[in-house]
Design a protein around this ligand. Structure first.
Ligand SMILES: Nc1nc2c(c(=O)[nH]1)N[C@H]1C(S)=C(S)[C@@H](COP(=O)(O)OP(=O)(O)OC[C@H]3O[C@@H](n4cnc5c(=O)[nH]c(N)nc54)[C@H](O)[C@@H]3O)O[C@H]1N2
Ligand SMILES: Nc1nc2c(c(=O)[nH]1)N[C@H]1C(S)=C(S)[C@@H](COP(=O)(O)OP(=O)(O)OC[C@H]3O[C@@H](n4cnc5c(=O)[nH]c(N)nc54)[C@H](O)[C@@H]3O)O[C@H]1N2
Ligand code: SF4
Ligand SMILES: [Mo]
Length: 711
């Protein structure tokens, strides 16, 4: 009898919800079907999820290892051995001449846990460099810093169960209707049970339209709003005295600071009426089941850490954490944005979110890796955005990019281009051609949807199995990242430190490496995960299934208490001026994904243009712009041309463009790369610009092209 097995449930390759799906072959076609067992999506998929077959057969899939000796030559197909030998020889030569720290590794939240882990180990032990950081620096770093400092763990305080149980949902700077579409189900459920939804966003997103209260805040001023909410809460004596006394430190200092931020004092800055601020403060503080959620609209600011911290103060002061329907949820973005930041890709962390400068943590990792502590390099000098100026200065001479497209997604595109062109060695591991890969010396077809096998950690800190696609559906030539990294380690003479023959071996090692750390994966079980068991970290040995809700009776600090923060908000780096009067916000569109490298070439998604500028009709009149007209958007750093789309759904002083456009239309031509915020975050969401219509040029030249008749 034929053995009938059900197709494996594979997580969607796009956002951090990681909705489960199966690839089903019928006689005539291959179909993508949502997995009904999925706890968030319940078997539904958004447009991107439904397009995953095209990710599998992507038109821009890298078919072969490609290499060139110098960038004047074209990239040419190479054998795996030839390409890997070239990379290893170059690394050795650069290391010998300039030192290992001149070689940097640029990782990603798109990678599996196992790849993220092995990449950090490879950088630090096989290359011997201290310079590794990753694209999540642009994503989760501000939230990570605030949460770790105040609460202890770099993860949301609970799962989406909290959304379903909440009575008040305060959502700040998240366009989750486009960025985490399947999360809308949990919100709809909460609202149908009577929850009040409050959305803070300069734009009227679909989520904002569904809200009971929408605060169309002036961009970059949420920190002020948060302090004013706290000011009202204290003034009305709606704080939770017992909670503050027994579970927190530092409230007295915070109370003093909050006095400065009356609703009247911040009304001008935030453009929100004092009465509205009071109303929201009272709704949030009077419910014992209030939940705070946020995404990059709060965080991708120069004062992003401060802004998140100010809202966490409000959560703590009202005691809204550690119980069902309460807490703080950072909406992680990338597929493995959560695991990617825990397992050693950050310049200052070792696996488990261990601080790299802590001798005890270094000793533990050294024992797992079988080396002496001194062999583990110290903290990197540069975070992701700082790599590019460092390359221009000659402080970095080689860059290995794994799962990212910084030419489009890092700030100051012109600077990034100059830097990438200056490198002695640029290596890119990616399943598809990116704009960054086109500049590389060596391109290796790696990992990605269908190829990668291992685990990822979702927006809920839920560790999720990633099976490879059935063999007949796998793209042929790509190779799993860890195998490529292992091969490179062999060639660098460090193969003995990478003795893996299966992804599971890496998983088991990372369990030991994280044992006793905050992001503790030691109690996880590969077989149980692949059999569908849900497991969340922290998962110390013996705690089957791990921890869903944190902080039920203790915070992750030595004394078990949460720490209030007196960090205060501040202005954006650049203020609108007569020359650049509009505030440009950059972010997401539903059908596209991040640098757009994948989605601009997927037929069902590419129909939605990426080069659009959303502008209020009133502003359009003021600037002489018509709907559908090409417009130049410029500041001192550059000019890009987009197509105007008039919409009432945005503040008149603000315009919006997505980050998904191709190089020439990339908004990052306009975004400054420095100074960076406290966490290394660029200010992606506040760029003063001017907008002018492109006037069609008329050729007035008298010399005409010879017409056929005159020949
Ligand atoms: N479709 C799609 N989904 C994605 C992605 C994608 O590229 N496309 N990328 C994934 C990734 S990596 C990430 S990080 C997430 C990002 O998910 P989100 O952070 O939700 O998406 P963004 O569009 O970056 O910004 C969210 C909202 O912040 C608002 N905003 C801007 N400035 C401010 C402000 O000063 N205050 C407030 N309160 N709001 C502000 C914007 O108007 C926008 O609606 O999405 C993930 N999911
Ligand atoms: N202006 C502006 N810029 C921004 C932002 C913004 O809001 N505005 N947001 C920032 C944020 S939040 C983020 S997260 C970054 C994201 O920016 P990027 O880092 O450029 O992200 P992607 O375009 O998702 O690129 C991920 C790449 O990884 C590849 N990949 C997928 N899976 C694998 C795998 O298993 N192995 C390997 N080797 N490769 C794989 C994909 O094919 C893709 O090419 O952009 C940041 N840049
Ligand atoms: S919501 Fe996110 S994970 Fe789910 S199908 Fe859409 S892109 Fe994929
Ligand atoms: Mo992100």
């Amino acid at each position: 009898m034929k053995n009938v097995t059900s197709p494996p449930v594979i997580p969607c390759p796009f956002c951090a919800l990681q909705c489960g799906l199966t690839l089903q072959e019928t006689a005539s076609a291959l179909r993508v079907v949502g997995a009904p067992s999925d706890p968030i999506s319940g078997g539904h998929l958004c447009r991107k999820g439904l397009s995953t077959i095209e990710v599998l057969n992507h038109t821009r899939r890298i078919q072969n290892p490609m290499a060139r000796i110098n960038t004047e030559e074209s990239l040419a197909p190479a054998t795996w051995d030839g390409a890997l030998d070239l990379v290893a020889e170059r690394i050795k030569a650069i290391r010998q001449r300039w030192g290992a720290d001149r070689i940097a590794v640029y990782g990603s939240g798109a990678l599996s846990n196992e790849t993220a882990y092995i990449l950090g180990k490879f950088a630090r032990l096989a290359i011997g460099t201290r310079e590794i950081d990753y694209n999540g620096r642009f994503c989760m770093s501000a939230a990570a810093k605030a949460y770790t400092t105040m609460l202890g763990y770099d993860r949301p305080s609970g799962t989406f169960e909290e959304i379903r149980h909440a009575q008040v949902l305060l959502v700040v700077g998240s366009n989750l209707s486009d960025a985490h579409p399947m999360a809308m189900r949990a919100f709809q459920q909460a609202q149908s049970q009577g929850a009040t939804l409050i959305v803070v966003d300069p734009r009227q997103t679909r989520l904002a339209k569904a809200a009971d209260i929408h605060l169309a805040i002036r961009p970059g001023t949420d920190g002020y709003l948060a302090w004013a909410l706290l000011n009202t809460t204290i003034g009305d004596n709606l704080i939770n005295h017992d909670f503050i006394r027994s579970r927190t430190n530092g409230f007295d200092a915070v109370k003093l600071v909050a006095q400065q931020y009356s609703p009247e004092n911040v009304a001008q800055i935030t453009d929100i009426r004092p009465q509205q601020i009071r109303t929201v403060a009272r709704i949030f503080a009077q419910s014992a089941h209030s939940l705070f959620l946020h995404a990059r609209g709060l965080e991708q600011y120069h004062h992003g850490v401060q802004a998140v911290s100010a809202f966490l103060n409000l959560v703590l002061a009202t005691g809204n954490i550690g119980r069902p329907g309460t807490g703080a949820i950072m909406l992680t973005g990338q597929a493995n944005g959560q695991g990617g930041r825990e397992l050693g890709q950050k310049s200052d962390q070792l696996p488990g979110t261990r601080p790299i400068d802590d001798p005890q943590h270094r000793a533990h990792i050294a024992s797992v890796w079988g080396v002496h502590s001194e062999q583990i390099p110290q903290s990197g000098r540069f975070t992701a955005a700082e790599f590019f100026p460092a390359i221009e200065r000659g402080d970095i001479r080689a860059l290995i990019v794994v799962g990212a497209n910084p030419l489009l997604s890092a700030p100051d595109s012109a600077g990034v281009l100059r830097a990438l062109r200056k490198l002695d060695l640029l290596v890119v591991l990616d399943p598809i051609w990116t704009e960054t890969a086109e500049l590389a010396h060596v391109v290796l077809p790696a990992g990605g949807f269908g190829i990668t096998e291992g685990t990822v950690t979702t927006v809920e800190a839920r560790i999720t199995p990633v099976p490879a696609a059935p063999r007949n559906l796998r793209p042929s030539l790509a190779c799993q990242d860890w195998k490529i990294i292992k091969e490179l380690a062999n060639r660098l003479g460090k193969g003995y430190l990478f003795p893996y023959s299966h992804t599971r071996d890496i998983f088991d090692e990372l369990r030991h490496a994280t044992k006793g750390a905050k992001a503790d994966y030691s109690g996880l079980d590969w077989d149980a995960l692949f059999q569908g068991q849900h497991m969340h970290w922290p998962a110390p040995e013996g705690l089957w299934g791990g921890t869903q809700r944190l902080y039920t009776d203790t915070f992750a600090h030595p004394d078990g208490k949460a720490q209030f923060s007196t960090m205060q908000p501040g202005p954006s780096l650049e203020s609108p001026s007569a020359d650049y009067p509009l505030r440009l916000i950059t972010g997401r569109q539903g059908p596209h994904y991040n640098s757009g490298a994948q989605t601009r070439y997927i037929s069902g998604l590419s129909k939605t243009p990426t080069d659009v500028l959303i502008i209020h009709p009133q502003t359009a009149v003021q600037f002489g712009v018509e709907n559908g007209q090409p417009v130049e958007v410029c500041n001192t750093r550059g000019t890009i041309t987009l197509t105007a789309r008039l919409s009432q759904d945005i503040r008149p002083d603000t315009v919006f463009a997505s980050m998904h456009g191709p190089f020439n239309a990339s908004v990052n031509h306009l975004v400054p790369s420095e100074p960076l915020g406290l966490s290394g975050m660029p200010e992606f969401k506040h760029v003063p610009v001017s907008v002018r219509p492109v006037v069609p040029t008329i050729n007035l030249s008298l010399e005409r092209e010879p017409s056929i008749a005159s020949r």
